[in-house]
Design a protein around this ligand. Sequence first.
Ligand SMILES: *[C@@H]1O[C@H](CO)[C@@H](O)[C@H](O)[C@H]1NC(C)=O
Ligand SMILES: *[C@@H]1O[C@H](CO)[C@@H](O)[C@H](O)[C@H]1NC(C)=O
Ligand SMILES: *[C@@H]1O[C@H](CO)[C@@H](O)[C@H](O)[C@H]1NC(C)=O
Ligand SMILES: *[C@@H]1O[C@H](CO)[C@@H](O)[C@H](O)[C@H]1NC(C)=O
Ligand SMILES: *[C@@H]1O[C@H](CO)[C@@H](O)[C@H](O)[C@H]1NC(C)=O
Ligand SMILES: [Zn+2]
Ligand SMILES: [Zn+2]
Length: 469
Amino acid sequence: MVPFWGFLSAVILSSCVSSWPISDKPIDPPTLGSQLHQLGLKFGWRNFSCSTCKIIFTTLDISLNVDSSQEMVASLVEKACMKLRLAESNVCHQTIQLFKHDVITAWVLSVLRPSEICGLILGKDCGVWDIGSDWNISLPSKPKPPVIPPVPPPPGSPVSRVLFLTDLHWDSEYLPGSPVNCEEPLCCRKPPFQNGLIKDKKKGPFDRVYWTGDIPAHNVWQQTRADQLNALKTITDLFRKYLGTVPVYPAVGNHESTPVNSFPPPSVHGNESSDWLYHEMSQQWQDWLPPSALETLRTGGFYTVQIGPKLRLVSLNMNFCALENFWLLINYTDPAGQLKWLVDILQEAENQGDKVHIIGHIPPGLCLKSWSWNYYRIVNRYESTITGQFFGHTHVDEFEIFYDEETLTRPVSVAFVSPSVTTFINLNPGFRVYQIDGDYPESSHMVLDHEKHILNLTEANTKALEDPQ
Ligand SMILES: *[C@@H]1O[C@H](CO)[C@@H](O)[C@H](O)[C@H]1NC(C)=O
Ligand SMILES: *[C@@H]1O[C@H](CO)[C@@H](O)[C@H](O)[C@H]1NC(C)=O
Ligand SMILES: *[C@@H]1O[C@H](CO)[C@@H](O)[C@H](O)[C@H]1NC(C)=O
Ligand SMILES: *[C@@H]1O[C@H](CO)[C@@H](O)[C@H](O)[C@H]1NC(C)=O
Ligand SMILES: *[C@@H]1O[C@H](CO)[C@@H](O)[C@H](O)[C@H]1NC(C)=O
Ligand SMILES: [Zn+2]
Ligand SMILES: [Zn+2]
């Protein structure tokens, strides 16, 4: 049973740690061995026979359905967390209390089929582990239209100004003057104190706003559903207050849920599903989105909306691409059918000569390998339709370039990744305004330029009493 405790603690603790900004290559699904290795735990797998393995995991499968066993497992993981000094003991305790139910449920629904887990541990003679295997989305048979290289718009063409905000991470307990260095992973806070952090100056007017999520702060070890919904409502209200009637198009970040990164696919129903979150989002955002978009938002956290005569927006729920979303243990293959849905939207747009902007939280280069690879193929197939891609999550100023699949030399698309509004960690808060080929019949709707606005913290801190520039 030791492997399971190790695995559970690895999932919980890596969820906690990796919810911080990261930058990396596309990732393979976790393997038990690699997760344990990260924790420095070593076991003599070879001493384990196939039949012993299956008996143990069948027993565990049955006993984990009993609440008292869940408690026992959780308390062992907590001891490991403290013993390995993975976090301050209070943070260990609260993190495990928060994660245990969802992680154990995801586990019971997924890899805890004894032949798969034993296949992973002992090799394919004992069972087949295919949870992380490759999968392919099928593209419509309609041939790709010839590519017309983009040309700059005629002088004097209308330009749309699109405000782009990402990763606000609003901390309701932020307290100016509180300690910068503290024991917890997040400082500058407590005692509870209400303070609206947003002071984004109006650099408008804007035609619309793309807002790619991560609303709550990084105190992921102690967040309740009520905290997350409070952050959602508070920030949505601030958007309405400061932006008035400008339409806002949000995307779901990995911090919106609690436990962080926990986004069950729509096949999970009841209290464990994401209904509590998506239903509130569809309430809060109903002024910005049409009923058809609110409907898919409520079931999967993604949507599409026509935002101009020849322009469509697609907001993806990138939590379905992410290694950190432990619910994908149930099934990694096109979670929620989102990429299949995307292909259908893109084909429809192509048929009608519409252009498409894609927004999302986690940039596609950080996704699980198969998801990323399928997305790359889709971008290649629809390169003439997708004319803008906008992401956040890493908190830093970056971009990702897509090349043609045949030669990998001709750039076909770029995903812009913008800096965060939050200072986490040691960053100047920032946002962007994209200048986009505007609304006129032949518009490419491509990004022409962008402005970047930052608050220089070094400067602000030396002139603490003046209003920041
Ligand atoms: C596990 O196997 C190794 C070598 O195969 C052996 O030296 C060791 O004693 C075994 N451990 C147990 C607990 O059986
Ligand atoms: C997916 O497609 C690639 C290339 O077309 C192929 O090499 C691979 O075997 C396919 N995978 C599956 C699971 O069909
Ligand atoms: C639903 O789940 C949440 C979070 O795990 C929990 O706080 C709440 O009590 C549950 N509600 C019901 C009715 O089980
Ligand atoms: C996983 O989901 C895909 C797509 O929804 C489905 O085709 C496949 O059968 C599922 N696999 C399992 C093991 O349930
Ligand atoms: C911020 O201000 C400091 C002090 O004036 C300056 O040295 C630094 O280069 C500025 N940083 C940026 C990113 O502009
Ligand atoms: Zn973030
Ligand atoms: Zn994020």
